[in-house]
Design a protein. Structure first.
Length: 575
RNA sequence: GCGCCCGUAGCUCAGCUGGAUAGAGCAUUCGCCUUCUAAGCGAAUGGCCGCAGGUUCGAAUCCUGCCGGGCGCGCCA
């Protein structure tokens, strides 16, 4: 049990005892009670607001209540001193032995230090990437992919059961365009000069092999055939090949989904029809007129009666069509059924979307609320755009010309770990620059480097000791100094950081924490430059060396744990 | 017009589901290499947390209204 979990339990015990002793009324809401490190560490190691939040409901004043709680806290073996400050904060300083024990705990738990059961096994479905199967992954997809994947790992570590899912949009107009583009490549493979790829079709050379494959398989059979004879076949073949390509791209980032859900299969299985039926029975779908668009009026707009979902019941500004006038499902109509399907296999849903889809969040949340009758927690995380920079200049991309920067290119250039780490150095809903030069820069401005550098330094300590053949005694942790204890205090935050990041679904918090931890470590290391007696390896003092090395190793362990959550490998040397 | 996101140091950003005197990096200034990798470290300077109300013991954080910026709005995906 890590320290913060233990103190939350201590606090609960104390409040129980006070109830029993008649010092507190029974049944107070203890939810607002926290026991956490104060922002300003000069206040102590731990602080609780218990007296402030309980005073009013208990009919007493904060100071008086604080006195009573403080007396009981002071009686704990782990607590060295207690003080009451400000409006009623109770500050505690813990004994050095308590922190030494936490260091042992890190060593005991190793890669599990930080893991928790806070998620209580609740199943979370994280849907991310879900790029259209019409070409290779490009940098526009990258951030959502990394954020989704890191979030999934984080939730697992925090005690959730996680399903990593990819929704294949293989039923809409885009995949028909793909099939037509492939038909061109197919004709080309048979020797025809197709010239320029017409506007509106996918020009990318990655479709050439698909055309070849179809040509080899079917010969000239479909060259002059009407679209109805080949469209389905070409679409299916192309989508399958595109998905293989996308899976390969994702593998470059170390991303592997558990479930690939096909929109076409969903529709073939009649899921949207079932959803519509249920919604109509509950008067949540009706046939009605679509309101005219609020912004610029399209020239060809005309009122039409369509089946509309009552998303306005759930805060959307207008009801949304689930079918088009030609009878086929809208994207939303199918997506609604898809989310219902996901909710069958999970308690909570998370979608990772590009920020350009922000406008459709409300309707899908409305649909999930309706179909699950409000039972499933469902978060849509919007991921902002990444601006690619080279030499300080934005990299120009034109999707139409097909010259977008692919994810594979970027991974090839800077490496998987740099891409992943960098994508997690901003919160998801903030815009981000990705500068090819800066992300590989070996300086402290670059967290990717800075964190790894700390880890490499720690690794080098181990090598030095081994090379020197020094025989170290068991570390005597009573020899830990102030600086060392402060470092342990920061290291001990890791489990809290993990829980907070998981709870708020914000994986970037891990990278910020690691940067802080690395900074504290570099600072400690550097003290040895000014004062040789403060080095980690102190010549002719195996006792001190043993203690400090033990601490350094556990810092390294936490860096590895954090990097693991981000899907990044820790480096043992900086080449 | 409506909706979503965002306004925190000169710049880029954190701020832990409300906590004490708001933090880090860059930039600027000044220090530290007979070294466990200085690819680093330390110090100084720098803030009406967009504005105005509200909620309460307590607000950068929650609510409302403005101001300013970005994105979106169709039977597209």
């Amino acid at each position: 049990m890590t320290l913060f979990v233990r103190f939350a339990a201590h606090m609960a015990d104390i409040l129980d005892a006070m109830e029993e002793a008649g010092e507190l009324p029974a049944g107070l809401n203890r939810k607002p009670v926290t026991v956490e490190p104060p922002r300003d560490l000069s206040h102590g190691d731990l602080a609780t607001n218990a007296a402030m939040v309980l005073a009013k409901p208990a009919g007493t004043n904060p100071r008086a209540l604080a006195e009573k709680i403080a007396a009981r806290l002071e009686a704990l073996d782990e607590v060295a001193s207690v003080s009451i400050a400000g409006p009623g904060f109770i500050n505690m300083t813990l004994t050095p032995e308590t922190w030494a024990e936490e260091l042992r705990e890190i060593e005991r738990l190793g890669s599990d230090y930080g893991r928790s059961d806070a998620g209580k096994g609740v199943t979370v479905n994280v849907e991310y990437v879900s790029a259209n199967p019409t070409g290779p992954m490009h940098m526009g997809h990258c951030r959502g992919a990394v954020v989704g994947d890191a979030l999934a790992t984080l939730l697992e570590y925090a005690g959730h059961k996680v399903i990593r899912e990819y929704y294949i949009n293989d039923a809409g107009g885009q995949v028909d365009v793909l099939a037509r583009s492939v038909h061109l490549r197919y004709r080309e493979a048979l020797g025809e000069d197709i010239g320029e790829i017409p506007e509106g079709l996918y020009p990318g050379a990655y479709l050439v092999p698909v055309g070849h494959k179809l040509a080899t398989h079917y010969g000239s059979k479909f060259v002059d055939a009407p679209e109805s004879e080949w469209l389905v076949l070409f679409r299916k073949t192309a989508v399958a090949d595109m998905m293989d390509m996308i899976r390969d791209d994702l593998a470059l980032l170390g991303i592997h989904h558990d479930v690939f859900a096909s929109e076409a299969e969903l529709q073939a299985a009649g899921k949207p029809d079932a959803a519509e039926k249920w919604l109509r029975e509950h008067d949540l779908v009706y046939d009605g007129m679509l309101e005219a668009p609020k912004g610029e009026m399209p020239e060809d707009w005309e009122p039409v009666e369509l089946p509309l979902f009552r998303s306005t019941n759930y805060g959307d500004d207008q009801d949304r069509p689930i079918k088009k006038s030609n009878g086929s499902w809208t994207y939303f109509g199918a997506d609604m059924a898809y989310h219902y399907q996901k909710a069958q296999a999970a308690d909570q849903l998370i979608d990772i979307w590009g920020a350009d889809h922000a406008g459709t969040v409300k309707r899908i949340q409305a649909a999930v609320a309706a179909l699950t009758e409000g039972k499933a927690r469902f978060d849509v995380k919007l991921v902002q755009m990444v601006r690619l920079l080279r030499d300080g200049e934005p990299v120009k991309m034109s999707k139409r010309a097909g010259n977008f920067v692919t994810l594979a290119d970027v991974v090839r250039e800077v490496g998987k770990d740099v891409v992943r780490f960098t994508m997690l150095t901003r919160k998801a809903d903030a815009q981000m620059d990705f500068d090819f030069a800066k992300v590989v820069e070996a300086s402290k401005d670059n967290p990717v480097f800075y964190v790894n550098y700390a880890h490499a330094r720690i690794s080098s300590l181990g090598r030095r000791v081994a090379e020197a053949g020094i025989d170290l005694p068991e570390p005597d942790l009573s020899r830990l100094g102030t600086e060392e204890l402060n470092l342990i205090k920061l290291a001990a935050q890791f489990p809290r950081i993990v829980d907070g990041a998981a709870h708020n679904r914000e994986p970037h918090r891990i990278s910020f924490y690691l940067n802080d931890l690395a900074s504290a470590f570099h600072s400690w290391w550097n003290m040895g430059n000014d004062d040789p007696s403060k080095r980690i390896i102190v010549v002719n003092d195996v006792e001190t060396t043993s203690v400090r090395l033990s601490l350094a190793r556990q810092i390294g362990q936490i860096i590895r744990n954090g990097l693991m959550l981000m899907g990044v490998e820790a480096l043992s040397e900086m080449q």
